[in-house]
Ligand binder design. Structure first.
Ligand code: 13P
Length: 256
């Protein structure tokens, strides 16, 4: 694994102030395991409290609006996330694409807004089961990347450290069904090619995370796979006991 691995927990619409104890335990491990970059993305109402509760880990949002402010009831902007103490934001998660009809163009606008606010971004892509079964997975993911990756001066200035891509096959999210390591390797190679097409040499250094039913049992194999720069973890990020073995697996992968 050539870069410092990045292990990000996405709490989705889960969590409460009581769960800050889990975050503190994760943070203590993050402080020890400095070879791994660790972060959590809680729901919006917990961002400021999480920022106060931790010192070593990153704190992020799960989405942002593409505009900095205005008449958009219920939405949260990238400058607001930064003001609450977030360092990064996830954009284009398949649950946002499905539940809120987010298009590639919208995801790109959100990513660009985030970078303009000084946040790092994790741009999510991934195919459905029907698309994989139709042998369209690489084509779908390539098109998502070509349409969603941030462009322009703020993107170039953010490279490579502030842009990451998460490959999350939709059929592997929350299903307990994890992608085969060889398929992950093939897809991460394809993602890399799109990153280089978009950003030239700097695209070589952008981290590509795998997401979809990552847990203590499969993390070591996935994180050791060629081209995998980390993991975006849903269910197993909700407790320190489930999440920390994944962080430890990333630390071991750096030693291998
Ligand atoms: P699970 O780890 O629960 O499958 O979720 C993955 C995910 O969607 C992370 O963003």
């Amino acid at each position: 694994m050539p870069h410092r691995p990045y292990i990000v927990g996405n709490w989705k619409m889960n969590g409460s102030r009581a769960m800050l104890a889990e975050a503190r335990a994760i943070d203590r491990a993050a402080a020890r395991l400095t070879d791994v970059q660790v972060a959590l993305a809680p729901p919006f109402p917990l961002i400021a409290a999480l920022r106060e509760a931790v010192t070593a880990m990153g704190v992020g949002g799960q989405d942002c609006h593409q505009q900095p402010k205005g008449a958009h009831t219920g939405d949260v902007s990238a400058p607001m996330l930064a003001d609450a103490g977030a360092d990064f934001v996830i954009v284009g998660h398949s649950e946002r694409r499905a539940d809120h009809g987010e298009t590639d163009a919208l995801v790109r606008a959100k990513a660009e807004a985030a970078l303009a606010s000084g946040l790092a971004v994790i741009v999510c892509v991934g195919e459905t089961l029907a698309q994989r079964d139709a042998a369209q997975a690489e084509v779908v993911v390539a098109a998502q990347l070509d349409g969603s990756l941030p462009q322009g001066e703020s993107a170039v200035a953010a490279l490579p450290g502030k842009i990451a891509v998460a490959y999350e096959p939709v059929w592997a999210i929350g299903t307990g069904r994890v992608a085969a390591v060889e398929d992950v390797v093939i897809m991460h190679r394809a993602v890399r090619a799109r990153l280089v097409a978009a950003y030239g040499e700097a695209g070589e250094l952008v981290r590509i995370l795998y997401g979809g039913s990552v847990n203590a049992g499969n993390a070591a194999d996935l994180l050791a796979a060629v081209g995998v720069g980390g993991a975006l973890v849903g269910g197993a990020s909700l407790s320190a006991d489930l999440f920390l073995p994944i962080v430890a697996a990333a630390a071991s992968a750096t030693e291998a």
